[in-house]
Design a protein around this ligand. Sequence first.
Ligand code: ACO
Length: 328
Amino acid sequence: MYTSQILGTGHFVPDQIYTNQYMTTLFDTSDEWITERTGIKERRIANPKENEFPSTMALQAAKMAIKNAKIDKEEIEIILLSSTMSDYHFPNTATLLQDLLGMKNKCACIDLNAACTGWLYSLVMANSLIANGVYKNILVVGSETTSSYNNWMDRSKSVLFGDGCGAIVLSKSNNENSKIHKSILSSDSSKKDDLIMRTGMARSPFFVDSKSMDIVEMNGQVVFKSAVKTMASQCASILEQTNTTKEDVDLFIPHQANMRIIEAVARRFEFPKEKVFINVQKYANTSSASIPLALSEAVEAGRLKRGDKLLLTAFGSGLTSGTVLLTY
Ligand code: ACO
């Protein structure tokens, strides 16, 4: 069995910013309400006129990750791309990314949707492909335009989400200290109706009146409580299973859904806030892009160094969840 390491990280966010102040021009809300309930101050919104889509945002993040990994793009042997809304129904966005990158090696391209946990699911799949010797270099991307399914007349959900992308090159480790120690993945289908988008797929193929309909249905309080409980218990469990103490963990990157969720997870799991990476105030919830985007920013800011222990945890529609402990 081989081990894998994160060789390079990259990210991209659109230039267009919707501040809380701007949201007050769309519906009856206030900066105070949004800040107090979510900690979010602004979000980035993709501009289709500027050709900003999951694939094109992924191009920018992937180029940065490949450059930082110091490998040639043709050395990428498979692309795993997580997204809750692809550019098209088909072909998948990973294939579009291969084309945009100008890759000639015809590597396999797979899209994966596990909602906000999708990128962590992809990371675990990529790790096992490397562990089993199938591939040596894998591009693992989370790219999201939540704005493409946001109802801008719905104040209860549209304030929560934003667009962005994060990418890594996961490679066969040449250093025995850099590896993924353990992962936990889960889905609680009994709560599948508490966060669901029914439209646009086989059961409901056409948008009837996308302006007025409740595109995303969410039971906010159920999601909130489940998110806190599940992420905190998975974090405690993964540390126990690996004989790791909280002091051993150098950085904790939870899914950036909402400041209150992040704070409640850290409180329940009794983890020091100064070791928690937070950027939700700038980007809101970018779904499965949130962890790789935060990871890339953490590396760029010098918050994560080689040899550091990193704890990642995510939660999303499904209700999916996942937690990974690794040495960077
Ligand atoms: N501005 C002003 N008022 C608002 C807004 C808004 N943007 N949105 C809702 N309200 C109002 C409601 O209409 C309601 O008014 P009422 O009491 O007169 O009926 C009031 O505020 C309270 O609404 P609640 O839904 O009870 O507020 P709550 O305290 O539960 O906070 C929130 C809502 C922020 C959505 C919270 O439940 C939450 O964070 N849930 C988690 C959801 C989440 O993060 N989902 C993301 C996807 S899953 C994931 O990534 C983890």
